[in-house]
Design a protein around this ligand. Structure first.
Ligand SMILES: NC(=O)c1ccc[n+]([C@@H]2O[C@H](COP(=O)([O-])OP(=O)(O)OC[C@H]3O[C@@H](n4cnc5c(N)ncnc54)[C@H](OP(=O)(O)O)[C@@H]3O)[C@@H](O)[C@H]2O)c1
Length: 287
């Protein structure tokens, strides 16, 4: 039976992970390009996350490119048992930092091998195919050919589980006819709720939903209601935003990104917040 009734973990592939994970994108340089400004701090953030119980890390070899994966390896290899590193395929960086689609068989195969090498793994636990019909939001178009390539790589034993990112409900339904889809990673947070119906649908089917930009991304969320609630709870707005996502649906797995140990600690304390019915009502009004 997919999914899990324990509120603090959820099934991702064939492992149960803590619902509060970590997104590594912020560990690359400005614009997710090049090395971090403070490499030692990046290692510290990752080590502290795992020491604090995070066992789900989201990354991509096109962050940097190659930068975040190599930092993850340097910080955490040999990996502790039960740590699930989720990566994604579908983009290639230009010399100017641009994000370009990379969906040919050669590019996808190369990307799997790059991820394996840079992360120091023999098999990738979960790989998301990141659609690029529109870089900023899901757009219709067929993912059949690249997903079939990924399913081949799965059959060869290089990839254990497959997910989809930046996708529409139709692409998910079509994708599930090609291979099992264990997670969906789309843009969603307190203020951006286009996927409300999709999340409920995936929850009913035991498929994890992993919102990217859970805190608003490059411009973190700002709302007077959020600030008011945070004040009432003696918490920070970012903690409230994460606590709201944990309440929103049991299949939501969080991967907030930060390059700061102080922010990491703050984010990891978010599950302690108790959101009353009244507060949830106020927060729901933001979306
Ligand atoms: N599939 C996709 O297309 C896609 C797209 C984007 C991201 N992602 C994944 O999703 C993960 C999360 O997204 P994200 O990192 O871009 O955005 P995010 O988690 O919504 O927010 C990160 C931003 O919030 C700041 N922040 C984090 N914690 C904070 C706190 N407690 N107080 C104040 N500011 C805080 C960070 O700055 P500091 O570094 O200063 O803390 C950073 O600027 C990424 O790391 C990546 O793995 C996937």
């Amino acid at each position: 039976m997919p999914g899990n009734d324990k509120s603090d973990t959820y099934q991702l592939g064939n492992q149960h992970v803590s619902r509060l994970g970590y997104g590594a994108m912020q560990l690359a340089g400005p614009g997710v390009f090049g090395p971090p400004k403070e490499p030692a701090a990046a290692l510290t953030v990752l080590r502290e996350a795992v020491a604090s119980g995070v066992n789900h890390i989201d990354t991509a070899d096109f962050y940097g490119p190659h930068v975040t994966n190599r930092i993850i390896r340097e910080a955490l290899h040999p990996y502790p048992k039960g740590l699930v590193i989720v990566t994604k395929l579908g983009a290639r960086r230009g010399a100017d930092g641009s994000w370009n689609p990379a969906f040919s068989r050669e590019e996808l195969t190369q990307a799997v091998h790059d991820n394996l090498r840079n992360l120091g793994l023999d098999v990738l636990e979960v790989v998301n195919l990141r659609a690029m019909f529109d870089i900023h939001q899901p757009g219709e178009g067929s993912l059949e050919a690249p997903l079939a390539v990924l399913a081949d790589l799965q059959r060869k034993g290089l990839v254990r589980h497959v997910g989809l990112s930046n996708v529409t409900p139709k692409q998910i339904a079509d994708g599930r006819r090609i291979c099992e889809i264990v997670c969906v990673q789309n843009y969603y947070n307190l203020a951006h709720r286009a996927d409300d119906a999709l999340i409920d649908d995936l929850a009913a089917q035991g498929i994890a939903y992993v919102p990217f930009f859970p805190l608003g991304g490059f411009t973190p969320l700002q709302s007077s209601t959020l600030s008011d609630v945070a004040k009432r709870l003696e918490a920070t707005p970012m903690q409230v935003a994460l606590a709201w996502l944990l309440e929103r649906a049991p299949n939501i797995l969080l991967i907030p990104g930060t390059s700061s140990v102080a922010h990491l600690r703050e984010n990891l304390a978010a599950p302690k917040l108790a959101l009353t019915r009244q507060i949830l009502g106020d927060l729901n009004g933001i979306g």
